[in-house]
Design a protein around this ligand. Structure first.
Ligand SMILES: Nc1nc2c(ncn2[C@@H]2O[C@H](COP(=O)(O)OP(=O)(O)OP(=O)(O)O)[C@@H](O)[C@H]2O)c(=O)[nH]1
Length: 577
């Protein structure tokens, strides 16, 4: 045996140390000095910190967890209490309960961390120290002003905030992206104030995923933002417009399923809206004709009218990670327009960048928090996009809603049942999923819904062959995240003005982008799109897979770039609740 393969004897102390490291890496636990420093100063009531997506560290040099998400976590006692509540009968809510006013979640005193002032006289270490100190103080202040239990889970990793600071600093225009289903809940007014008043930069709000909402709700949200935030430029967007889909297909259960066809195409209408706004903002200072030609070319490809005047700008893709060093902001640096894409996790920032490019340039995932480090891409030689990691801003958004928004990864939830309860009290899951009561009772609890779904899908635990409620709950939550089960919040007063929004002139614009007609949007075919397979086929498949399943595990295979979308998922909402 070669010398290098021979085992060297271990001292008891070294062995102990090795076991400790092994245990930590198994638990996915690694201490972040910045956060722990802040956390040491936080009182007892704040509980521990959940470190999300942590990777084991193998050597002392690399820092795989530098940008890992961190949140405060609930105690074991709280988890047990929540599980117990999920066994109580559901208390269905009114349609009015889906109407929300953002002020209830974003209190004036609840600001987000901002980079403390700095100058070039400070060394890099001094700057870092200053920021560590600032962030520690920030967390302490939040704790003093608010009860942690009233607060949502929010980003506690200073490194992630540094990414935001850097993107805000280098960008000329800020593109803030929200998911239409939770539009106002994802939009922190403090960021709007900071960008427009303090930084004095232009702010574009992209209301994304409008394919997931009825056109009337999209129009209502657009007007909500216009009224409250006069300096916003609003764009209605979907990265999966109708022409990117294969038309309606009906599966064996009569459910409708549509899939994205072929390669990623540019979302031309949305791209054109953003270009039009940027043109107004930059005036004569930047020449944006190459961007215009790029969109025109894509449109002519769509209509089959392509001429030989092809534009090569799409080939100038330049993707690079940028560090968070300090650079003095210079407007239109080297004649380039820099657009910073910011938003909460999972709102579709990376998809939007791909849709603007007309091809895949950044990876997209169903797992929130996928983008860890911001990247820049040249859309054209003089238009640069910056993709910032998803950021969870401090707010009072309830945790179940945060899970549905994608602010917290489902796979890392300590118990998924509270969120299922939240959905089941707002959408009739029993009807939508077409499930039977697991014990043939009349009243339903969230746990019954999960068990009903487990039975239907053939989810059983490996050891005892019991219904795997945990796996069923996770499956339901992933369907909600993807929009297959579509819970869509509405602006205040929506129900009262529903007719007005439905006949508003903007409806045509929205439907144009959605590329679907009013009939489809308002028809009563409130099927829930479950899968391309029939329920029986799925059930059979899962029974075959039974051996692999166990009660604590979940099928967490979250396929990247799975573009399955549905044609009518929101119609469940249009029925009166
Ligand atoms: N229905 C629908 N789904 C979308 C749209 N845009 C993005 N998605 C889906 O939303 C999920 C998240 O998309 P990403 O582009 O990775 O989102 P992100 O904001 O970059 O996410 P982070 O990496 O967490 O910051 C993916 O499953 C996308 O396919 C859209 O317009 N409509």
């Amino acid at each position: 045996m070669p010398q290098s393969h021979r085992k060297t004897p271990f001292s008891g102390k070294a062995k102990k140390e090795q076991l400790k490291i092994k245990k930590q890496s198994k638990q996915g636990f690694h201490k972040n000095p910045v956060l722990l420093k802040a956390h040491e100063n936080i009182g007892e009531g704040s509980g521990n910190i959940d470190k999300i997506n942590f990777q084991p560290t193998r050597d002392g040099h690399s820092k795989p967890n530098r940008y890992a998400l961190q949140f405060f976590k609930e105690s074991q006692e709280e988890i047990l209490k929540q599980k117990e509540l999920a066994r109580h009968s559901l208390e269905p809510k009114e349609e009015l309960d889906l109407e929300i006013e953002a002020n209830q979640f974003f209190e004036k005193d609840l600001d987000f961390p901002k980079r403390p002032s700095w100058d070039f006289c400070l060394s890099k270490d001094e700057l870092e120290q200053q920021e560590n100190h600032y962030f520690t103080q920030y967390v302490k202040d939040v704790e003093q002003k608010f009860n942690w239990k009233d607060l949502s889970l929010f980003e506690l990793n200073l490194e992630t905030w540094r990414q935001l600071w850097r993107v805000l600093e280098i960008s000329d225009v800020i593109l803030f992206i929200v998911d239409i289903r939770f539009a106002a809940v994802m939009f922190p007014p403090s960021l709007y104030q900071y960008v427009t008043n303090t930084l004095k930069k232009d702010f574009i709000l992209v209301i994304n995923k409008i394919d997931l909402a009825p056109a009337s709700i999209v129009v209502a949200w657009k007007h909500y933002f216009e009224e409250r935030y006069p300096n916003l430029h609003i764009v209605l967007f979907t990265t999966v417009p109708g022409y990117n889909l294969i038309g309606n297909q009906t599966n064996a259960s009569g459910l409708q399923v549509r899939r994205r066809k072929g390669r990623i195409r540019m979302a031309a209408e949305g791209a054109q809206q953003i270009l039009d706004i940027c043109k107004k903002l930059v005036g004569n200072e930047i020449e944006l004709s190459s961007w215009h030609r790029k969109i025109k070319e894509e449109c002519s490809l769509e209509t089959g009218d392509s001429d030989n005047d092809s534009v090569e700008v799409g080939e100038t893709v330049h993707l690079k990670n940028v560090d968070t060093d300090y650079v003095q902001y210079e407007k239109f640096y080297k004649g380039t327009l820099t657009i910073g894409c910011i938003g909460q996790p999972n709102v579709g920032k990376s998809s939007l960048m791909n849709a603007l490019m007309g091809k895949k340039v950044v990876s997209v995932s169903k797992t929130p928090g996928h983008t860890k480090h911001f990247q820049t891409i040249f859309l054209t030689p003089n238009v640069r996009l910056c993709d910032c990691p998803g950021l969870v801003f401090p707010s009072k958004v309830p945790k179940p809603l945060q899970v549905l928004m994608g602010s917290f990864p489902i796979a890392q939830l300590r118990q998924p049942f509270t969120t299922v309860k939240y959905i089941a009290e707002r959408l009739d899951l029993v009807v939508l999923l077409r499930i039977d009561h697991p014990t043939n009772d009349d009243t339903w609890s969230a746990m019954d819904v999960c068990d009903g779904w487990a039975k239907k899908r053939g989810y059983y635990t490996a050891k005892a062959a019991r219904l795997d409620s945990y796996r069923a709950a996770n499956s339901l939550l992933r369907m909600a995240l993807d929009g297959k089960i579509c819970l869509c919040l509405r602006p205040p007063g929506y129900s009262e003005k529903k007719e007005l929004w439905a006949s508003h002139p903007d409806i045509r614009v929205v439907e144009g982008i959605q590329a679907r007609n009013a009939e489809a949007a308002s028809s009563g075919d409130s099927h829930l799109v479950i899968d391309t397979d029939s329920d029986e086929e799925v059930s059979k498949k899962n029974v075959n897979k039974k051996e692999k399943s166990n009660s604590d595990s979940e099928d967490d295979s979250e396929d990247e770039d799975d573009f399955e979308v549905t044609s009518n998922k929101f119609s469940a909402l249009s029925s009166d609740m």
